[in-house]
Design a binder for this molecule. Structure first.
Ligand code: 13P
Length: 252
């Protein structure tokens, strides 16, 4: 059985005071127990990982794990400004997002770099969350499945059956931060297409990989999305900044 996973991606938001309030509120909300068979994580910016790791420990927040938003494609060395996966593991991270569309678009990250990052994450003993998704133009020209299949194929080429230990996040670029959530059926169809592509490679990999949806998830659309058979949870941006909204999505 694939677990249902909800991961909050704070992007470049938060500060020492608001992070503390967020963890405190989520801890209170999760105190009364959370639905079983589910995993939850939050990905703050790098400088706050240590603070959030300490707060999660202080509140004995067994339900909540920590993740990072990116990592270096290199293991160690003269790479000014980079953060290695081994460092993230030391900061108690369990998940690392790689290939987010904001990094693909604004930092020109190619599939090869993203696969190299995913390998670093795996080698350090964490779970990569590999983001894929088409732009509005690609969708409007009827190429959504082709584009996403292409992105997944590049990961398969490098990661092979190690993809079984990864999560894939389908995040249509046109749905990110726009309020235009993909309908549950549109998202399900793409998740199904990804699952079938994985099965063409290896049935076992296909049945293991969790495929999360991301793009304008809110508490009022999460229930319908998460009910879909191939949607194994969500990668939540804007709505994860509000701890009450994040809790409501986790309950969905
Ligand atoms: P929003 O939930 O703000 O649309 O962002 C989604 C996202 O990019 C998560 O990684």
């Amino acid at each position: 059985m694939r677990p249902l996973i909800v991961i909050g991606n704070w992007k470049m938001n938060g500060n020492l005071a608001s992070n503390q309030d967020w963890i405190k509120t989520v801890a209170r909300g999760m105190e009364s127990g959370m639905p079983s068979g589910r995993q939850f994580a939050v990905c703050p910016p790098f400088p706050y990982l240590s603070q959030c790791a300490t707060l999660i420990k202080e509140h004995s927040l067994a339900f909540l794990s920590l993740g990072a938003q990116d990592t270096s494609a290199h293991e160690v060395g003269a790479y000014t400004g980079e953060v290695s996966s081994v460092m993230l593991k030391e900061m108690a991270c369990k998940y690392v997002i790689v290939g987010h569309s904001e990094r693909r678009q604004m930092h020109h990250e190619a599939d090869e770099i993203i696969a190299a990052k995913a390998l670093q994450v795996l080698d350090a003993g964490m779970t990569p969350v590999i983001c894929v998704g088409e732009t509005a133009d690609e969708k409007n020209s009827g190429r959504a499945v082709e584009v996403v299949r292409g992105q997944v194929a590049k990961q398969l080429m490098v990661l092979q059956d190690r993809l079984a230990d990864c999560l894939i996040a389908y995040e249509p670029v046109w749905a990110i931060g726009t309020g235009k959530v993909a309908s549950a059926q549109v998202a399900q169809d793409m998740h199904r297409a990804i699952r079938l592509q994985l099965a063409e490679f290896d049935e076992d990999v296909a049945s293991h990989v969790g495929i999360l949806y991301g793009g304008s998830i809110k508490s009022d659309n999460a229930v319908e999305l998460f009910a879909m058979p191939d949607i194994d949870g969500g990668l939540v941006g804007g709505a994860s900044l509000d701890p009450q909204e994040f809790l409501a999505i986790c309950q969905a």
